[in-house]
Design a protein around this ligand. Structure first.
Ligand code: G3P
Length: 214
């Protein structure tokens, strides 16, 4: 199991590193925009502290544009994974990057058929969004189960599944039960995962009882 930090915020990323819970980082244009930095500066800053894969997303939607942009992003650091939105030209670009040994992540996956195409194009990662499916009353974690089942049926598929759009701890636990490979978790959800009310009650009771020591 790998845990990534789903953020471009350096404090959140550092917190993940301090906890030993930062096998990589995923970003997207929305997360980069929140930093107030340019895409290049934000990705450079992340790569200066993270040794694992750092996912940087292209904005182009045509194969040549995606390829050009992805090549520029890949120059920033050896650990860059080019993140490409799921689309026809995106799959063409994935094939080109794969042929050159550049890692790719096909993002905005909302169906098993999309995941199959991305995997067959050679994507290193496929990125299904569980929270956004839940938002439209479609069970996000069931999609993960389906993709895991299909990929397990075909050992030649080497793409790793990154569970994304994680909004609560169950979005981690349910996909973990079926063997999803990677979980990209926002800082807030990581905090929620630490907590249990019975843990807090237990700690308070132990400290209270410790006052009775002789
Ligand atoms: O990695 C993609 C993810 O950050 C999207 O999350 O909450 O915007 O659906 P969300």
């Amino acid at each position: 199991m790998k845990i990534y930090v789903d953020s471009a915020d350096m404090a959140e990323i550092q917190n993940g590193l301090d906890l030993g819970l930062c096998d990589g980082v995923t970003t997207n244009p929305t997360l980069i925009a929140r930093t107030g930095k340019s895409m290049t500066d934000a990705i450079k800053d992340i790569c200066s502290v993270v040794d694992g894969d750092v996912h940087a997303e292209v904005l182009s939607l045509d194969a040549d544009g995606i390829y050009k942009e992805g090549k520029e992003l890949a120059k920033i650091s050896d650990n860059i994974v080019v993140k490409i939105p799921m689309c026809h030209d995106g799959l063409i670009a994935v094939k080109r990057f794969t042929d050159e040994g550049i890692k790719t992540n096909v993002t905005l996956i909302f169906s098993t058929s999309q995941a199959i195409l991305a995997a067959k194009a050679g994507a290193s990662n496929v990125c299904p969004f569980v929270g956004r499916l839940d938002d439209i009353s479609s069970a996000g974690t069931e999609l993960i189960h389906e993709i895991v089942t299909v990929f397990d049926n075909y050992p030649e598929i080497t793409s790793e599944i990154i569970v994304a759009s994680i909004r609560n701890p169950l979005h981690v636990v349910e996909p973990a039960l079926v063997g999803a490979h990677i979980f990209t978790i926002p800082g807030g959800v990581l905090k929620q995962m630490e907590k249990h009310p019975l843990t807090d009650i237990g700690i308070a009771a132990f400290l209270e009882d410790a006052k009775k020591f002789t």
